[in-house]
Design a protein around this ligand. Structure first.
Ligand SMILES: Nc1ncnc2c1ncn2[C@@H]1O[C@H](COP(=O)(O)OP(=O)(O)OP(=O)(O)O)[C@@H](O)[C@H]1O
Ligand SMILES: [Mg+2]
Length: 258
């Protein structure tokens, strides 16, 4: 296994955007992230897969500091993650996150959902924020839904609004944690297509997913996690045709044959 590790005082290479070095995290006695070294370069699409409980969500959540870490370091664009306050709010804007559950504000319209962060965190003026929101809603194919409330939309539409909301902040990297797992089958593709387009447009993305078709076609690299460790890193071709570890072989045989 080749892991790039970066000493704390070294200057990151220009194409390194997110760097995790020796990251450890416990939940009580559970060592949920174990010595994670992971570098995500600009424009890269990294797919994270692994069995339930392996630490995939926790990994994502540490990258925008929804979870703190016990040791090690995480930098975004060469800067350590801020601990709190305005700097943390800006970090969260730089690191867009889309969850399995859509997490839209239920009592705000679609348009308001996509303008709110721009107004509050980015201090964009209202007219510009609405213009940008409408452009993004158009880009994800829900422009006609702008004045509705989330509950009036299908799951696939809500998830596309959630993507637009994250994009409205002008993030440097987008994290997706099983964005299609809560969707009815017929809505999965419309969300994956938006993500595919985002990948083609050069967005840096970390995607936790069980959608192997997406992993094969959009990922530059696959990371396989088990028991809080990165067990394997490979190109999608290498990983799917020739997984090296028994854990990965076992996992793939289960998900590809059900
Ligand atoms: N807030 C928490 N407190 C205590 N334990 C937690 C907490 N969050 C997660 N865990 C535990 O940490 C481990 C890793 O959880 P995590 O959600 O990161 O796994 P995952 O790989 O995303 O799993 P899944 O595929 O089911 O989403 C699990 O054993 C989980 O029960
Ligand atoms: Mg998870």
């Amino acid at each position: 296994m080749t892991h790039v590790s970066v000493a704390k005082d070294s200057v990151p290479a220009a194409d390194e955007l997110v760097v995790l070095s020796s990251v450890n995290k416990h939940f009580g006695a559970l060592h949920v992230l174990q010595d994670i070294d992971l570098t995500i370069t600009r424009g890269e699409v990294l797919v994270v897969i692994g069995p339930s409980g392996s630490g995939k969500s926790t990994l994502c959540r540490t990258i925008n500091r929804l979870e703190t870490i016990d040791s090690g370091s995480i930098t975004i664009d060469g800067k350590a993650l801020p601990a709190e306050g305005k700097a943390l709010a800006r970090l969260r804007a730089d690191v867009g996150m889309v969850f399995q559950s859509f997490n839209l504000f239920a009592h705000k319209t679609v348009l308001e959902n996509v303008t709110l962060g721009q107004l509050k965190v980015r201090r964009t003026d209202k007219k510009a924020a609405e213009k940008k929101a409408r452009e993004l809603l158009d880009r994800v194919g829900v422009a006609s839904q702008a004045d509705k409330y989330p509950a009036q939309l299908s799951g696939g539409q809500q998830q596309r609004v959630a993507i637009a909301r994250a994009l409205a902040m002008g993030p440097k990297v987008m994290l997706f944690d099983e964005p299609t797992s809560a969707l009815d089958p017929e809505m999965i593709n419309e969300v994956l297509e938006v993500m595919q387009q985002l990948a083609r447009d050069g967005m840096t993305m970390v995607v936790v997913t069980h959608e192997m078709g997406f992993a094969r076609s959009a990922a530059n690299r696959v990371v396989f996690m088990a028991d809080g460790r990165i067990v394997e890193e490979a190109t999608p071709d290498q990983f799917f045709s020739n997984p090296r570890s028994d854990r990965a072989k076992d996992f793939l045989s289960k998900i590809l044959h059900h």
